[in-house]
Structures are given as C-alpha cells and as structure tokens.
Design a protein around this ligand. Sequence first.
Ligand code: ATP
Ligand code: MG
Length: 276
Amino acid sequence: MSEYGERTALEPDPDQADLVIRMDEVSVRRGPTTLLHGVSWSVELDERWVILGPNGAGKTTLLRLAAAELHPTTGTVALLGERLGRTDLFELRPRIGFCSAALAARVPGAEIVRDVVVSAGYGLVGRWREEYDRSDLARADRLLDTIGMWRFAERPFGTLSEGERKRVLIARALMADPELLLLDEPAAGLDLGGREDLVARLSTLAEDADAPASVLVTHHVEEIPPGYSHAMLLRNGGVVAQGLLSDVITEQNLSRTFGLPLKVHYEAGRYSARRA
Ligand SMILES: Nc1ncnc2c1ncn2[C@@H]1O[C@H](COP(=O)(O)OP(=O)(O)OP(=O)(O)O)[C@@H](O)[C@H]1O
Ligand SMILES: [Mg+2]
C-alpha cells in the first residue's frame, strides 16, 4: 500500500483535481534553523491568495516551494497535480510564473525589456536567442502594454526604475501563460502612485476568470488587491491563520502575526492597519 492508501501515487485523485498547490505537513530546515514547520495548505484553480507576515516569517521560503525551486525537508508538496520529488522540474517550472527580487537580480542590466519578457516562454533568464517566434514577441508586447510598460520595450532592463522593473517582471511571469502565478513583494520599492497602480492591475487580473491561480506575498494589508479571496498569516515559520480573506484579516490575527496591537480598517475592498 502506498502512503496514499489503496491508490497508487500516480493515479489522479478526483477530489484533488482542482488543486494547484497542495502541501501536507511541510517543514523546511537548514542546519539547526527551522524556516517553515507544519505547513498544510491547499490552493484551488480559482483562488487568489495573499501571504502576510513579518520579516523572516518564511514567506519567500513558502513561495519557493510553490515555485518548485525548493524541496521540503519533511512533508509533501504537489504542484499542478505533480508531486515534488517524483516529477520533472524542467517540465513543471514553465507552468508556474514566479516574480521575485532574486529573479530581478539575475537579469543582466543590458538585456532589452522585450527580451526579458519573451525569454520566459523559453525558460531563459539573461540569454539572448537568435530569434523568437513572431507570435511570442507580439504576446510580450501585449503583456507589456497591459502592465503599462509597452513604451519601455526597447530599453535595457538596467536603465529602468525599481517600479518599472517590477512591472516588467510581472509581464514576464505571465508570458508563458502560467497555471499558477507567484508574486513575492511586487509592490516593494514602489512609490504611492506606483503601488496604487499595481494594486489596481492585480485586482483586474484577480477578477479575470481566465487568470491563473495567484499567490501574492506582502508585508502590508494596504497592498491586498480587491478580488483576492484567501489569506495566510505566517510568523516564525508557522501558520497563524489561513482561509477566506475576510475571516483571516482581523485585528486579533494581524496583531498576533506582527507582534503588536493593531487597528485594522476596511473600506471599499481595501484594508489598512496601524498600531492600536
Ligand atoms: N539557507 C538558510 N540557512 C539558514 N537560515 C535561512 C536560510 N535561508 C533562509 N533562512 C532564514 O529563514 C527565515 C525565513 O526566510 P524567508 O526569506 O522565507 O523570510 P520572509 O518571510 O520572506 O522574510 P522577508 O519579509 O524579510 O522577505 C529567515 O529568518 C532567514 O534568515
Ligand atoms: Mg521574503
């Protein structure tokens, strides 16, 4: 008998068919340090999740598991129905769009913006190909246009501002038409206008029924785009609360997560928080 009971691990489970992410009792340890412990989490196709928690809580570690960049030390992770450790990561990764500061740092400054976006479809970063398909180039331009960056298409990536780079990387994350979109602090470093613009664009994307399941990591409740459905709060590598956004984003839960008494305000789809 397998650990799945009577079924063999290769048989799809009809109850799990819509699960984009499934983690069971996951921990990640590095030497004596526990980065994540006891995390069980399911994300369905039509869900949009926000992950909140203080610095060092384990948010990026969780997202890297969901991006198939990392294996758990214990527990199991299944992404898009494929169990990590039993699947070809090179086939799995292109199905997942991931946007993070670590990726931004890997893009060579001389790379042209359009190439940064189009190369995602070829699983490349910072490599120039002889030629890309015309249809792929057209898609890259469309995505740049959607995110308000089309007029920057010919610019070297290194000449862009922080906020402009973030937007290009979101276009890149969407390039390969991913089934799962992972965004690690996409609003960090943006000015107020840039943040509001990004929140509005992510909200539009969230409300698009054809958009991929999404997970957004942030430190700030102000950055939760309207239309996001679920939330997880992390502290010290453990889950404080998870579930429907409105159940999870409470004064009590946020105060516990961030370790200070907080007052939370909700108005017209947007949250804000300050010390009580
Ligand atoms: N290889 C490693 N060895 C030891 N500790 C590590 C290692 N990688 C990460 N950590 C620690 O694990 C914890 C979680 O890191 P992680 O990057 O997931 O946090 P985070 O929630 O994304 O924080 P931030 O909000 O600052 O981005 C941190 O305390 C970090 O120092
Ligand atoms: Mg992080």
